[in-house]
Design a protein around this ligand. Structure first.
Ligand code: SF4
Length: 232
């Protein structure tokens, strides 16, 4: 059976076919802005969240304290006319992160990249914030902390299970550790793997009836086809 290591080049290649510039948009901007981008990237296409981040920046809201103080209407007003509208539900994790930074860390986003704070503690604290959860925590860690992680979305999980690289009963942590183990400590590579998996899942590896015949990972399937999936 083909291994995940053998499939990784194809997964990384798929990144190039995802939205251009979607990978690593976070490294050149400030920490809180990077964390906001990482959270929005989990819910919205880059073509949608990028102008939102720009609009928030123009309005001075890409700092924890102003973001914490701002009401939803004020935020939406700052975006209006400059970016697609965003729902309160999509904004909620951003607001909650700002509240956590203000309440627990004097509004200092630097805590997200503080090397003396163990990654386990940081992950646990971020994951406990309402609306962020384990995958949001790992997205922030990968984008901001300078330490390796992998935000496991449903698509990644599906692909790993269907190829027999992960048991269907595995936990979120087991899936994350598997991806980090195979993609290595290279943050760029981890980001590319996450983007590639997301693209493959949304275009081919859907919940029902995966389109294996057209999928770049078709040659990596186990001999009996996708594990546990109904095909066309
Ligand atoms: S669509 Fe088929 S070949 Fe592609 S990732 Fe899913 S199971 Fe694998």
């Amino acid at each position: 059976m083909p291994t995940l290591d053998e499939a990784l080049p194809l997964i990384l290649k798929a990144t190039l076919r995802s939205t251009p510039g979607a990978v690593h948009p976070f490294d050149s901007v400030r920490l809180f802005a990077s964390a906001v981008a990482a959270l929005l990237d989990r819910q919205l296409r880059p073509s949608v969240w990028r102008p939102i981040v720009e609009a928030l920046k123009d309005a001075g809201l890409l700092d924890p304290e102003p973001m914490d103080r701002a009401g939803m209407l004020e935020i939406q007003e700052a975006i209006r006319g400059k970016a697609p509208a965003i729902s309160p539900r999509s904004l909620s994790p951003v607001k909650q992160l700002a509240r956590w930074l203000v309440d627990r860390h004097q509004g200092r986003a630097e805590i997200l990249a503080e090397p003396r704070l163990s990654i386990e503690v940081l992950r646990e604290e971020l994951a406990s914030i309402r609306g962020i959860g384990p995958a949001g925590a790992d997205a922030i860690i990968l984008a901001v902390s300078g330490r390796p992680s992998y935000p496991v979305d449903r698509g990644t999980y599906r692909i790993l299970v269907r190829h027999g690289w992960l048991d269907a009963s595995s936990s979120y942590e087991e899936a994350r550790d598997l991806m980090v183990h195979h993609a290595g400590d290279d943050l760029v590579r981890l980001g590319e793997a996450a983007a590639g998996m997301t693209w493959l899942a949304s275009h081919f590896c859907r919940v029902t009836a995966p389109r294996c015949e057209a999928c770049p990972l078709a040659s990596m399937l186990p001999p009996g086809g996708p594990v546990g999936a109904e095909t066309d």
